[in-house]
Design a protein. Structure first.
Ligand code: HEC
Ligand code: HEC
Length: 299
């Protein structure tokens, strides 16, 4: 927070609390006006609603004390905890440090569990039911938001249960995907190919996939594919795991296989982003996740 906003918050906080105290204390005693009507020793406000008159009583004492108590509490709170602009609070508490402490405690508790799996290869772990169970939990907590709870993927998020892989399905490749993340870079070709060229290449992809297509357009598209696309997707369009370029000759589509979706991919490009997990997850967890994902595709 900049110094300006820090002071803004401090003045707003202190000003509001002082204001509330003033209102509270100023109204503590009822000062009779000259013209005020009094009934049985209790002054009236003069407000009448449907024949019911309002008395001009001060706050009940217990209520007044509760207000004072909450004012004192709010001051003690902002002195101990962060809240007053940039002042960190005397206890030095932050939500991050609390989270880190909890993580460290959990890691300590589970380290013994993970230690059992240390000497095993990814293939062995994938066949180990205990490791699979933990892997499934870790997947649910860390990966399911994007890849689906069953790993089945969604629009833009690859299916991890099939045998079609952007970056390969060796234990090594899967571990690298998880540990360091992946960034797919498909440039847009709309400007280079023109709308007619996009359609021609799309017809060629239909031909490769065994779908209905226009033969003349597909032949024109084949040439354009060799010139513009084969460098990444391969001469036979079967993909390239080194670049994360998907197989375009099968019927599995990361971004949808309708003619319009395929044309959008070609025209505007695609940039899938798998976030690196090495900052969030320890090696023991990454290995269990690798074996889980490896096991998913082998199953
Ligand atoms: C620089 C390398 C590169 C070139 C050149 C390239 N692509 Fe791609 N393409 C990729 C990558 C990488 C992806 C995956 C993007 C992602 O993961 O988000 C991709 C994705 C696609 C997709 C989406 C596939 C799906 O499963 O939904 C289509 C369609 C596609 N490319 C067609 C083409 C066509 C047609 C050309 C030539 C005009 C071409 N690409 C040229 C790298 C390339
Ligand atoms: C924010 C969304 C997101 C999260 C969270 C996420 N992923 Fe991904 N993941 C992606 C995307 C997007 C790709 C595809 C990247 C590309 O297009 O190049 C991907 C790709 C992958 C791949 C490579 C797939 C292939 O075909 O080669 C693996 C393996 C993978 N993720 C595993 C995981 C695991 C395990 C986790 C949990 C620790 C996880 N992902 C969490 C979005 C996510």
């Amino acid at each position: 927070m900049s110094t300006f906003w820090s002071w803004w918050v401090i003045i707003l906080f202190v000003g509001t609390v002082i204001g509330v105290c003033w209102v509270l204390i100023a109204n503590r005693k009822v000062v009779l006006r000259d013209d005020q009507e009094v009934e049985d020793g209790t002054p009236k406000t003069g407000h009448v609603y449907d024949g019911i008159e309002e008395y001009d009583n001060p706050l009940p004492a217990w209520w007044f004390k509760m207000f004072i108590g909450s004012v004192v509490f709010s001051f003690v709170y902002v002195v101990l905890y962060p809240g007053l602009g940039n002042f960190p609070g005397l206890l030095g508490w932050t939500s991050i440090s609390q989270w880190q402490q909890q993580e460290a405690r959990a890691d300590e508790r589970f380290e013994a569990v993970y230690a059992k799996f240390e000497g095993q290869s990814i293939e062995e772990l994938a066949a180990n039911p205990a490791a699979f169970k933990i892997g499934r939990r870790l997947f649910g907590n860390n990966c399911a938001v994007c890849h689906g709870s069953d790993g089945g993927g969604a629009y833009g998020f690859p299916d991890l249960t099939d045998d079609d892989w952007l970056y390969g399905n060796t234990p090594q490749a899967i571990e690298t995907s998880i540990r360091h993340g992946r960034r797919g870079v498909m440039p847009g070709w709309g400007a280079a190919l023109g709308e007619a060229g996009v359609s021609e290449v799309t017809e060629y992809l239909f031909k490769l996939g065994g779908r209905d297509h226009d033969e003349a357009l597909a032949t024109a598209g084949e040439q354009k594919f060799a010139g513009f696309c084969a460098g990444c997707h391969g001469a036979d369009a079967s993909g390239n795991v080194a670049l994360g370029a998907p197989d375009l000759s099968d019927d599995i589509w990361l971004y949808g296989g309708s003619p319009e979706m395929i044309k959008t991919s070609i025209r505007s490009g695609r940039q899938g982003n798998m976030p690196a997990q090495d900052k969030m997850l320890r090696t023991s967890k990454i290995r269990l996740l690798t074996s889980y994902v490896y096991g998913l595709s082998e199953r």
